[in-house]
Each structure stands twice: as structure tokens, then as C-alpha cells.
Design a protein around this ligand. Structure first.
Ligand code: COA
Length: 178
């Protein structure tokens, strides 16, 4: 169903999920320039100019008007106001969507990605009426697979893919809503 015009921001115990602001550039550069964080996501190891370009697309990504477009929210640590990552949901048509996320390395291992993903899934299922949510990842991205399994996703497909100039195996996980 489109358009998606969710009520934002979403608040969780430790996080605020909101539309990006132009002033997010310094915080975003911190994790987008980290080779470990971008290794399995489509972004390059980013320069400030790359981040500014990515940010421009995100300023209006709090609503989705077309199939194939992404709802993209900044993950903000409520305690400090720092943007520590982003969580995304692509409209895949009908009542399906694809989930994505990335977090600054200093904030891994604290359950924060899970907290952000759960809020996004709750929005998708309760407010947007999603019945099938997928996630695609490089088979070597074990942290992401573990997160998906904690969220209740199951492995649906394994397929060969070329990613960042390298032949690899990709996995598709899915979450079906009863
Ligand atoms: C994928 C990614 C988001 C996972 O982040 P994460 O921090 O491991 O995920 P979670 O938020 O679920 O945190 C889980 C860990 O926090 C721990 N934790 C600590 N406090 C917690 C709490 N209050 N609640 C839940 N878990 C908690 C868990 O025990 C778990 O630790 P473990 O991994 O040692 O078992 C992160 O690795 C990342 O940003 N990677 C780079 C970008 C990327 O690859 N994105 C995905 C592309 S497909």
C-alpha cells in the first residue's frame, strides 16, 4: 500500500528514529567512513562529499510514494542526540517490504540495532499493514544474520551474487506476519 506517511518520530527506550536533518552530516561521516561498517552495505567508504550526497536523498525519506522507494530514518541516541546509524524499509509492492540497518561500530553489542529494527518492524506491521518483510545480506555478515534471527526472521534463500566487485553468496531472510 502506498503512500506510506507514518507518524514520526518513533521513540523507544533509548532511541529516537526520525527523518534526517542537514546537520546530521558529521555524525553520519563517523560511521560511513568506517570500512568495517560499510563492508557489507552498498555504500562506499565515504568521504564528506559522499555523505552530503547521501544525506540530500534522506531529507525527504520520511514518507514513501512509490514502490521500490525506501523509508529511511536516522537512529538517534536519546541521551546525547548523536546520530549513530540508520534503519530503512523499502516498499517492495503489495504488502511486502525489505528491512535494512547500519550502526556506528562503537554502539554495536548493546542491543541498539535490535531496538531500532523492532520499532521499524512494529511500524511496518501495525501501521503500514505489511505481511512479508525480507532482508538481504552477505553470507559472511554473521552479526546481521544473528540480529535477523533474534527478530524472528528465517532463512528463505541462498544465491550467488556479485557485490562490490567480488563474487559471493547472499542470503535472503524473511518474516511472515500471520
Ligand atoms: C548488523 C548490525 C546492525 C548488528 O548490530 P548488533 O549491535 O550486533 O545487534 P543488536 O542490537 O541485536 O545487539 C546484539 C548484541 O548486543 C548485546 N546486548 C547488550 N545489551 C543488550 C540489550 N539491552 N538488549 C539486547 N541485546 C543486548 C547482545 O547480547 C548481543 O551481543 P552478542 O552479539 O555478543 O551476542 C551491526 O553489526 C552493523 O551495523 N554492521 C554494519 C552494517 C551492516 O552490515 N548492516 C547490515 C547489512 S545486511
Amino acid at each position: 500500500m502506498i503512500p506510506w506517511t507514518p507518524a514520526l518520530p518513533l521513540l523507544t527506550e533509548r532511541l529516537e528514529l526520525r527523518v534526517h536533518h542537514a546537520s546530521d552530516v558529521d555524525d553520519m561521516l563517523q560511521f560511513r567512513s568506517d570500512p568495517e561498517v560499510v563492508r557489507y552495505v552498498p555504500w562506499p567508504v565515504s568521504t564528506r562529499a559522499d555523505v552530503e550526497q547521501a544525506l540530500e536523498k534522506r531529507l525527504n525519506a520520511g514518507r514513501v510514494d512509490a514502490v521500490g522507494d525506501w523509508l529511511i530514518l536516522a537512529i538517534v541516541l536519546r541521551e546525547t542526540g548523536q546520530v549513530i546509524g540508520e534503519v530503512l524499509l523499502k516498499n517492495s509492492g503489495e504488502d511486502a517490504a525489505e528491512l535494512g540497518y547500519a550502526l556506528h561500530r562503537s554502539f554495536h553489542g548493546k542491543g541498539l540495532a535490535r531496538e531500532a529494527a523492532e520499532a521499524m518492524l512494529d511500524l511496518g506491521i501495525r501501521e503500514l499493514g505489511l505481511r512479508r518483510i525480507t532482508a538481504e545480506l552477505d553470507e559472511r555478515n554473521t552479526a546481521s544474520a544473528a540480529l535477523l534471527e533474534r527478530l524472528g526472521f528465517t532463512l528463505a534463500r541462498r544465491y550467488p551474487e556479485e557485490f562490490k566487485g567480488e563474487q559471493c553468496w547472499a542470503l535472503e531472510y524473511e518474516l511472515l506476519v500471520d
